[in-house]
Write a protein that binds this ligand. Structure first.
Ligand code: PHE
Length: 345
């Protein structure tokens, strides 16, 4: 019997089951009710008393070895099961896909950054506005054809019992924010108002009914047209490159006098290309000296203070800067288009 136990001891020591089933079979073979160890214990009765101690120790040793073996084997099997056989941990990780800013946001942030260097702060106003802020206080006379320059979306149209215009509308330009700033603040004022504007225009490659503008307003003593021109030249060079030139063409806005439209030189260097329609110039913004009437409406002393204002479409700047041919691309949010834009701003 002792020889048989020793033989099994060797077998147990060298056993290396590596599936749960093999280990279970091993357990049943030795430890079950009808297993080998139970068999040895029942045989034990036939052992003469003088050898019982030795044989008893041997059987216990076998039982202990089997139990320990099972514990060790199941533990290694457990930790192994964390790694699936087809998972290769040495493969590089899946790349993390980072989002990118929308080109309109990039350009808006750049404009804010450039004018920020000149001391302009940010101000905002509501998108749903009244007639006062979008037209009347900006020197648009009632029923004046200048109101038709911008096809406005009206929410409510009418007059109160005193004949006051009580129109409610979606703002058609961010010049409305100028009015709000002048209502609240005293000069010197140097502010920039980025925001969304709405115009009842057919959607095409060149125009959209919703777009973004940035308005600039500077009011102080002795502000001159030369300051306006220099400020805009600085902006153009920062935004479109140091070689950029500007030109100002006379124009009309009810709230500025004199008024101008600003063009920047096209990167084709005047040779003519499709973008500038062979003129060498690209129109980018409207500007002018704040009309003294506007200052008077706002109770700012127009004898003491002068100011300039300018307004530009952010989409237009983005189209020119990135040479995008269709404004609708900026609204479709096609990820293949958007992911081409990366910016620190
Ligand atoms: N508000 C004008 C527009 O939308 C632009 C502008 C702003 C012109 C400020 C002059 C001064 O066309």
């Amino acid at each position: 019997m002792e020889d048989r136990i020793r033989k099994y001891l060797k077998e147990v020591e060298s056993f290396s089951g590596n599936t749960l089933q093999e280990i279970e079979e091993f357990r049943i073979k030795f430890l079950s009710k009808k297993g080998l160890i139970a068999g040895f214990f029942s045989e034990f009765k036939t052992i003469p008393p003088d050898r019982r101690k030795q044989v008893g120790q041997l059987i216990n040793q076998l039982k202990k070895t089997v139990t320990e073996k099972i514990t060790v084997l199941t533990e290694t099997l457990d930790s192994d099961t964390f790694i699936e056989p087809d998972l290769d941990p040495t493969l590089p990780a899946e790349p993390m896909i980072l989002g990118s800013r929308h080109p309109v946001s990039i350009v808006r942030n750049e404009i804010i950054d450039i004018f920020g260097h000149l001391g302009f702060t940010i101000s905002e106003g509501p998108e749903i506005e009244d007639d006062d802020h979008v037209f009347s206080k900006l020197n648009f006379p009632p029923n004046h054809p200048a109101r038709d320059m911008q096809d406005t979306f009206f929410i409510r149209k009418g007059f109160d019992e005193h004949g006051n215009n009580i129109d409610i509308l979606l703002r058609s330009h961010t010049s409305s924010v100028q009015v709000r700033v002048m209502e609240e603040e005293l000069p010197p004022i140097r502010t920039l108002s980025p925001g969304r504007v709405f115009r009842n225009e057919a959607i095409s490659a060149r125009s959209h009914c919703i777009f973004h503008q940035v308005e600039g307003l500077y009011i102080d003593e002795y502000v001159s047209f030369a300051d306006l021109k220099q400020t805009l030249l600085y902006f153009a060079k920062e935004m479109f490159g140091a070689k950029t030139n500007i030109r100002l063409r006379p124009s009309f806005f009810p709230f500025t006098e004199p008024s101008a439209e600003m063009d920047i030189s096209c990167s084709c260097n005047g040779k003519g290309c499709n973008l500038c329609k062979f003129s060498g110039w690209l129109e980018i913004l409207g500007c002018g000296m704040v009309d003294p009437n506007v200052l008077d409406y706002m109770k700012i002393d127009s004898k003491k203070y002068t100011g300039f204002a300018f307004g530009m479409g952010i989409e237009r700047i983005a189209l020119l800067k990135y040479r995008i041919s269709d404004i609708r691309l900026l609204f479709e949010n096609d990820i293949r288009f958007l992911k081409q834009f990366r910016s620190a701003l």
